[in-house]
Design a binder for this molecule. Structure first.
Ligand code: PA5
Length: 442
């Protein structure tokens, strides 16, 4: 298994016998998932997706990506939540945050994931001199943020390219039958892909939702899928050594002991957007019915100079889940310097990764001593297979953990609240009564 769970830093906080009841519940949850016998059973399509995805679908994605790269310099991905975070996280994990600034690099930008007109304007200005394709992703086809951005970008493209050429440059990823986007795709003749009906947004990164933007970015999606498929096979077992079950059990044990916040951290800036994806995956899956661990994320050692103080000595409500990669892009070494004015001679000849590893160990020991439990995941590298395995591992762990917690990990009823208020305040037809009530409260 590419993803290894290291529990050595947890020893001061609990013993195996205390974990046992949680492990039993995690094993039961694993069995329920395998048998499709759990709340949210209609959204289990992600479970075998890496193994069952139709090779013809992968071919279509690769062909579309090839066309996009041939005819464009930029792909704008329009989507929000589960419809963009996985792709964004994967691209940044594999290529790094600075990749798109390299001269001649194919660029993937994201839009429709906020309500900021300024950002959209900036993006359009940036793309004015570039050849552009667009992938709009929305399972429901009705989400406000991407719909607004899509309206602006579509009109901008139509002015620039004309209707026919724009239609060639727009790709829709949406429900097979339902929703406005599907209707538009049919009417306008956009190329299209399907968000499988049995896969919710935050579990959809290994479907066309994530795979098309990844392939357009130049990522070898077959390798990502191969890593995920290997994890899928290796994590079938519901026994106590299944690391996804152990992780789910540990989270629930710590939560029961007042650890209400989980900080996902890594020493790789490339992992930062994975932290955003993790927040969405766990936050939307578990935060309901007055329960759930609050997911947060950080990049170390950067954030050790801000959050480090809190982790060491603040309210004892946090546990840390740290991801470490044995190998990564670039192995820069601290150079020798005869004068040694900065006193760093003791680091000369060591790679930044070697220094980071000592920082990790030192931090874990120190935070553990301060009373903050630390879990460590190690992966061999930051390649496509490792990413695929990690994504699958985390999806499964999240599903198991949510079931152990006693919630449906596949719905998100609470997300509708803000939307209903926003529509009412904006005067959307059908929301008159709510509007009147809200205006009294403002
Ligand atoms: O995980 C989820 O289901 C959500 O985060 C959705 O992905 C998000 O709300 C976007 O929804 P849609 O794809 O319908 O536009």
């Amino acid at each position: 298994m590419n993803v290894k769970l290291c529990e050595q830093y947890l020893a001061p906080f609990f013993g195996e016998e205390e974990l046992a009841p949680y492990l039993a519940r995690a094993a039961e949850a694993r069995r329920q998932l395998a048998e499709g016998d759990c709340p949210g059973r209609e959204f289990l399509g992600w479970q075998h997706l890496p193994e069952t995805i139709d090779p013809a679908e992968v071919e279509r994605i690769l062909a579309a990506a090839e066309q996009i790269r041939r005819e464009s310099d930029v792909l704008i991905v329009v989507g929000i939540g589960g419809s963009y975070l996985g792709a964004h996280a994967a691209i940044e994990f594999l290529q790094g945050p600075l990749h798109r600034l390299e001269p001649g690099a194919f660029q993937v930008f994201f839009a429709g994931c906020d309500l900021c007109g300024g950002q959209l304007e900036e993006l359009i200005r940036l793309c004015e001199t570039k050849r552009v394709s667009l992938n709009v992703i929305s399972k429901s086809g009705t989400t406000t943020e991407p719909a607004m951005a899509f309206r602006v970008l579509r009109q901008w493209m139509e002015k620039r390219y004309g209707a026919e050429e724009t239609a060639r440059r727009i790709w829709c990823t949406t429900d097979r039958e339902k929703g406005v986007l599907r209707q538009m795709a049919r009417r306008e003749g956009y190329g299209s892909f399907v968000v499988p009906g049995d896969i919710g947004g935050r579990y959809s990164v290994l479907s066309a939702v994530g795979l098309l933007p990844m392939a357009a970015a130049g990522i070898d999606i077959r390798r990502v899928l191969a890593g995920a498929a290997a994890a899928c096979r290796e994590l079938e077992d519901a026994g106590p050594h299944n690391p996804a079950c152990r992780y789910a059990a540990i989270r629930n044990l710590l939560y029961g002991r007042g650890r209400k916040v989980e900080l996902f951290a890594s020493y790789e800036p490339r992992f930062a957007v994975m932290g955003e994806w993790l927040k969405q995956l766990f936050g939307e899956s578990e935060g309901k019915e007055g329960r759930g661990i609050f997911p947060a994320s950080a990049t170390f050692s950067t954030d050790l100079h801000s959050l480090g103080q809190y982790l060491q000595e603040g309210t004892r409500q946090v546990f840390e889940t740290v991801f470490w990669f044995e190998r990564g892009a670039g192995e820069w070494t601290v150079p020798r310097d005869e004068e040694d004015l900065d006193g760093l001679g003791f680091l000369a000849g060591r790679t930044f990764r070697q220094v980071a590893w000592q920082a990790l160990q030192g931090t874990m020991l120190s935070h553990t001593e301060g009373g903050t439990p630390n879990l460590l995941f190690t992966l061999p590298d930051m390649g496509e297979e490792s990413l695929g395995s990690l994504i699958y591992f985390l999806e499964l762990a999240c599903a198991v953990s949510g079931l152990v917690l006693g919630v449906n990990p596949f719905d998100q009823p609470g997300v509708e609240g803000y939307k209903a208020n926003m529509f009412a305040l904006l005067g959307r037809p059908g929301y008159e009564e709510r509007r009147a009530q809200l205006l009294k409260r403002l």
